[in-house]
Design a binder for this molecule. Structure first.
Ligand SMILES: Cc1cc2nc3c(=O)[nH]c(=O)nc-3n(C[C@H](O)[C@H](O)[C@H](O)COP(=O)(O)O)c2cc1C
Length: 222
């Protein structure tokens, strides 16, 4: 495959990946789940710590318990089209919860591993990369996914870990709801390339002013 073909394929996949908030109850083949995790394990991680663990939840009774926790602690989120996503993740046949094993901080260099703020930054970036790979893999397989962050809140995390029997040093990064889309996503508006690319000794004038930032934030605010 030429470099240009690879780039076009990547761009197409990146555009295809969207956040879905309505799912059909149709089951997802186990093979697809394995493929999604297989892609994620190739993600980069700070100092190659690979501190991720993936818990796949398929059993209805376990899912129901998690949904109950998230309904208790997770506020509904509206997307830019004003559509409420709260609760809709419950129809997805699979949840994949991405955990970070903080014991892996032992693999960070001295000077970093003792500092919670540095460890959190390194692990958060590593988890985000792996999680994004998961969503891209799901899209490549024609599946729909939702990035559900409320699962990582302190109350949700405590209760979800108890439900799953996950040990103390593992922390929830985020949860993916996975299934087949019940409806296509609304069109996505992205800021223009010209507006956000800056070169060399760029100055204040090259960046958005406070008013422009506020106008955009108003558009996307839930
Ligand atoms: C860090 C992060 C947290 C997110 N948390 C949620 C969430 O809890 N619920 C949800 O429906 N979408 C969540 N999203 C999805 C964003 O709302 C979505 O990516 C954004 O609106 C752009 O839409 P797109 O994913 O379809 O391109 C999250 C995305 C990121 C990167």
């Amino acid at each position: 495959m030429s470099g240009m073909d690879a780039y076009s394929g990547l761009l197409e996949l990146v555009k295809k990946r969207r956040t879905h908030r309505r799912f059909l109850p149709d089951p997802v083949p186990d093979e697809a789940i394995t493929k999604i995790v297989d892609v994620a394990r190739w993600a980069p991680s700070g100092f190659h710590t690979q501190s991720w663990e993936f818990v796949v939840v398929r059993k209805k009774d376990v899912k129901d318990k998690i949904v109950a926790v998230l309904e208790k602690y997770g506020p509904p989120i509206k997307n830019p089209a004003g559509e409420t996503s709260g609760g809709s993740f419950r129809d997805a046949p699979v949840f994949i919860i991405l955990f970070c094993d903080w014991r892996a901080r032992a693999g960070l260099p001295a000077g970093a591993r003792e500092r919670d703020d540095l460890v959190a930054n390194i692990f958060c970036s590593s988890m985000a990369g792996a999680f994004l790979y998961m969503h891209l893999a799901a899209a490549s397989l024609g599946l729909a996914s939702q990035w559900y962050s409320a699962a990582g809140g302190p109350d949700s995390e405590r209760e979800i870990k108890k439900i799953l029997g996950v040990p103390g040093p593992l922390k929830i990064y985020d949860m993916m709801a996975l299934g087949y889309a019940a409806q296509p996503p609304a069109p996505k508006e992205v800021r223009s390339l010209e507006e956000m690319i800056h070169y060399d000794d760029c100055g204040l004038k090259d960046f958005r002013n406070d008013g422009e930032v506020a106008v955009y934030a108003e558009k996307t605010h839930a």
